[in-house]
Design a protein around this ligand. Structure first.
Ligand code: PFF
Length: 462
């Protein structure tokens, strides 16, 4: 195992896994999903999902990875035998698909960083229509996404400790600082309290099956669960580390960034008299408007730094997304890391092109002939969400029926003496044997039959 590389320290693993977790999901997707799904009700369900469903799945994934010491495919195969390896491949496929569209959105954020810092983006009058034009300006978006993929590939080709750990140590503290600064600013604006109320005071009648589904998917996506990312990262964790504690720190770090992002966005939305449910363009529109109101110099500096930090956050996530298929080919096919990384990045970039062209330039990709006519990017993103929750459900079934919960607990005891007797071990055992597989299984079936077979029990007609 020694030639696979390990994280050099406990903090190295935590930073890398938190870096994977914290990304566009927290700052771009969480606020817009909260905005379209009732605000505080969404936040409440999201937090419940993190605690009851996601935390146990995270612990399970890291335990599998560390025990088997291999990539997602190799780990399932090693602990469960031949056919379970396919579950690892399913996760790897989800990772490839996520990265294909994630890289496009990262390209948007990178473009905003450049346009705010060096261009005249903040001079525009209508940021909504600017966003629409921007994501359809194919030349720049192509270049920025391409650049993003190249930077990801350079870091991943350096290997686990050097590239991945180093990138995270700079990004995480910077991101917290700028978020807190912007929250303080947004809370001082007129009518900010309406935003705080929207975000923090739940109205129970607004919680629907759709809220629950989106909150759960967002929680899985945000914590990078259900696709073997944490199995892969877990395989680089040394035996002296306390997995449960690390998982708790990672979950808290990730959830706090999402929470803070919401606390920054909604006071701004309400003080600007904007609409919280405007979907994926929310932060691109609202934040640029806020930066504009800070004046030409301060707006440029604060706005530029903010989008730069989003890019860093996205980068530590794209790194982890690329690491999952890369580890598979390096471990299983014994291919050289550099060749695998560059080959995979090229392939994934090409796979992302339909998402890139789906915002209006190619009408067919903008309205697919499917239920509710999604654009290609949303279609892939929905599909991946479903893959993550089904992946999480199958992982629990794997632990329960194949690897066995006692073996998982034994692995968790390593580096955490006394764990097996603790109440936390009883809770996690119960969650992985009963709560997670049942709830995730039911939701997976409901959502698949709804989205792809038109049964309309969750979302209703368009
Ligand atoms: N968790 C990342 C985010 O919130 O932006 C996205 C992600 C990264 C999902 C890695 C899945 C993954 F394996």
């Amino acid at each position: 195992m020694s030639n696979r590389g390990n994280f050099s320290s406990r903090i190295g693993f935590i930073l890398a896994a938190a870096g994977s977790a914290v990304g566009l999901g927290n700052i771009w997707r969480f606020p817009y999903l909260a905005g379209t799904n009732g605000g505080a009700g969404f936040l409440l369900i999201y937090l419940i999902c993190i605690f009851t469903l996601c935390f146990p799945v995270m612990v399970g994934e890291i335990a599998i990875g560390r025990k088997a010491g291999s990539d997602a495919y190799g780990s399932y195969k090693k602990l469960g035998g031949g056919t379970w390896g396919y579950l690892g491949l399913y996760g790897i496929l989800a990772g490839v698909l996520i990265l294909s569209y994630y890289n496009v959105v990262a390209g948007w954020a990178f473009g905003y960083f450049l346009e705010i810092t060096f261009g005249n983006l903040l001079n525009h009058a209508d940021f909504g229509s600017f966003f629409g034009e921007y994501v359809n300006s194919i030349g720049p978006i192509f270049m920025f996404s391409f650049g993003f993929m190249v930077i990801t590939a350079i870091i991943v080709s350096q290997g686990i400790a050097k590239g991945i750990e180093a990138a995270n140590k700079i990004m995480m503290p910077g991101l917290y600082l700028i978020l807190i600064g912007l929250i303080i600013y947004s809370l001082t604006l007129p009518n900010a309290s309406a935003g705080v109320e929207f975000y923090l005071v739940p109205k129970l009648d607004q919680i629907t099956s759709k809220t629950i589904f989106y909150a759960l998917c967002q929680a899985f996506f945000s914590l990078s669960l259900g696709m073997g990312c944490l199995i892969t990262y877990g395989s680089y964790v040394t035996k002296d580390q306390n997995i449960v504690k690390s998982a708790a720190i990672i979950s808290i770090a990730d959830t706090s960034v999402a929470f803070l992002a919401g606390l920054m966005v909604f006071p701004l939305v309400f003080s600007l008299g904007a609409e919280p449910g405007q979907g994926p363009k929310l932060i691109f529109v609202i934040l640029t408007q806020a930066f504009q109101s800070m004046g030409p110099v301060v707006g440029r500096i604060v706005g530029g730094s903010f989008f730069l930090l989003i890019c860093f956050a996205a980068l530590t996530s794209t790194i982890s997304l690329l690491e999952v298929p890369a580890a598979y080919f390096v471990d299983q096919k014994k291919l050289p890391r550099k060749a695998v990384v560059w080959g995979m990045s090229g392939l994934i970039f090409v796979l992302g092109l339909p998402s890139m062209f789906s915002q209006g330039v190619v009408p067919f990709l903008n309205k697919l002939p499917l239920h509710n006519a999604p654009d290609f990017l949303s279609f892939v993103s929905d599909l991946c969400d479903i893959m993550l929750i089904t992946g999480g459900c199958l992982m629990c079934l794997f632990i329960r029926y194949k690897w066995k919960i006692n073996n998982m607990n034994e692995e968790l005891e390593i580096g955490n003496t006394g764990y097996v007797q603790s109440w936390l071990s009883k809770y996690l055992t119960f969650a992985i044997t009963w709560v997670c597989p049942i709830l995730l299984g039911i939701l997976s079936v409901l959502v698949i039959t709804d989205k792809y077979f038109g049964l309309e029990w969750l979302f209703g007609a368009a």
